[in-house]
Design a protein around this ligand. Sequence first.
Ligand code: GDP
Length: 445
Amino acid sequence: ASFGNLSDRLATTFKNLRGKGKLSPADVDGTVREIRRALLDADVALDVVKEFTGRVRERALSDEVSKALNPAQQVVQIVNDELITILGGQQRRLEFSKQPPTVIMLAGLQGAGKTTLAGKLAKWLAKDGHTPILVAADLQRPNAVTQLQVVGSQAGVPVFAPEPGNGVGNPVRVAKDAIKYAKDKQHDVVIVDTAGRLGVDAEMMKQAADIRKAINPDEVLFVIDAMIGQDAVATAKAFQAGVDFTAVVLSKLDGDARGGAALSVASVTGRPIIFASTGESLDDFEPFHPDRMASRILDLGDIMSLIEQAQSAFDEEESRKVAEKFATDTFTLEDFLSQMQQLKKMGSLKNMLGMLPGARGMKEQLENFDESELTRTEAIIQSMTPTERRTPKLLNGSRRARIARGAGTTVTEVNGLVNRFEQAAKMMKTVAKGGMPNIPGMGPI
Ligand code: GDP
């Protein structure tokens, strides 16, 4: 959601190009200027914007575009490529130590979301068969230890903390003891939460650097609140100079601030973004994929994430069938209904719908979306005959009126549902065909 405005601006820019058979240098300049303004208004750092637009401009003026069948589409493709590049290119995975435990240290300002992230990461790792332990090396804030204990119990993961009543304690010592403890108890991942301050401050930085030196972590994750805007770059640079980090975690990506931080940090620090945090619940967390994020920004949809989320809720057999149906254009409203019923198991439908291509265009519906809409949608589909569900083309005006009456709703709502369904099915089909090579567990589509 952080990129709402940016997405809208880029969409308008591209819309102005559409239908042009050839792009003149003036068209390219105009487009690049619009992109530049949109990025700056989204709080993307100036240096990053300059580099980005420079590359887009150069490529947009090259043969790559002038020889393309559809120059406008080609420009979207270029912007997509370059967005992926500034977001770090390839997905970066967590590095595990060959000799466990793998030590992961978290650093960042107070309120950035470190403690929450510790819980999210631990839960995610535990689900994957790891045996993580959380370490409270934030002894600055009086209730930081308690907060980590709460998060730990939510995640079902133990927390190593200094005995209460021992005064302020020494975080370096706690971190070292924790690693020894983890070795003894066979915890294969140690996640060390460290103290933050509201602003960058030398003492905090030194403490973090001391912890780092003492425990020699495999990963140092710098957690940054995606909503802090222009300050992001300076903060990231300060942490890089003070502690250095191996990767970045963007938190609060669910917020509606401008989000430029997200687009600047990887470029400015040369460190990849590894995870994204998208809400307060421990499940609002995912590995970061530059290409998927670019697609979301450009409103090309994030089908891969959608499918993965679906996979975790559906069994493999089911997922395979659905993918096949998309590819062969045999996905029906009946399937849609049964999927929706399954979806109820998997948390926020709103988040999921937001990943569909064109979701920006349905912004208002999404914002006003309440989960009871699901019930209404079910009612609409249930008012259809089985034949209608399988062949939505049959749905003429009188059938739609009958269905609306049956579901206690309006024809407009019925139309809306059918349109959404058709768009989604079409898009899924294209994507499925356009090569989603070998999704694990699904086989090549
Ligand atoms: P810390 O000081 O860096 O340890 O930050 P906390 O983990 O205590 O998080 C600060 C606040 O941000 C808490 O109220 C969290 O619930 C909230 N928070 C953390 N991550 C997210 C996120 O991804 N989205 C949203 N909306 N809130 C978050």
